[in-house]
Write a new protein. Structure first.
Length: 203
């Protein structure tokens, strides 16, 4: 089981990296940003066939939605839909207090960052993944002689996690289930023990 269509909210380096792998694996990818699809023509052409510039509405209609925006932009994203029920979103954000450049830590305790993100998207099925990796590692071929690049994932919906695992396995990554959103998300979020760590797993 896997997700087929993939939408991105955000078109930065991390969204581009996953989009490129997904398109090569045959997944239609709809990339969106805050400035509109007309600004993404050159970018999607450079990534390659299978990737299209999309509106917000087109991106969130995909089977799997990648949330790849600055942490502080999440509330505005959430407000664009009254109800996120039925949508599976991968939280790729990190809790930087400010962006451009990224710096500081946005403390939302007692919530973890992903629990806070989930509150901004009412009804969403949220997974935490891809945030612990540097974009350069994410963009590289995940298949190495020593093993495949690990992707940590946390979430409370086992069906969604299984479909995510099937999807990223097809891209060449090795999914590692860290359990529930709270516990697993705490391990991955900015400052957590797995933040910025990269592992290869042998099959």
């Amino acid at each position: 089981m896997e997700f087929m269509t993939i939408g991105t909210l955000g078109a930065g380096a991390v969204a581009q990296a996953v989009a490129r792998h997904a398109a090569r694996a045959g997944h239609p990818v709809r990339m969106s940003n805050s400035r509109g699809p007309e600004t993404l023509g050159d970018l999607v052409a450079a990534i390659g066939p299978g990737v299209t510039a999309a509106t917000f509405e087109e991106a969130v209609a995909a089977d799997l939605i990648l949330l790849a925006v600055p942490f502080g932009a999440v509330p505005a994203i959430g407000q664009r839909l009254a109800d996120w029920t039925g949508r599976v979103v991968v939280d790729m954000t990190n809790q930087f207090a400010q962006s451009d450049p990224y710096r500081g830590f946005a403390d939302v305790s007692p919530l973890t960052g992903s629990e806070w993100v989930a509150e901004q998207l009412p009804g969403v099925t949220l997974l935490k993944a891809f945030n612990a990796m540097f974009a350069s590692y994410m963009a590289a071929d995940p298949r190495h002689g020593e093993g495949n690049q690990a992707v940590f994932v946390a979430g409370d919906d086992e069906t969604a996690k299984a479909a995510f695992a099937g999807t990223v396995s097809g891209l060449g990554f090795a999914p590692v289930d860290l359990g529930a959103l709270r516990a697993g998300g705490a391990l991955m979020q900015l400052g957590g023990p797995l933040s910025g760590k990269h592992f290869l797993l042998q099959g």
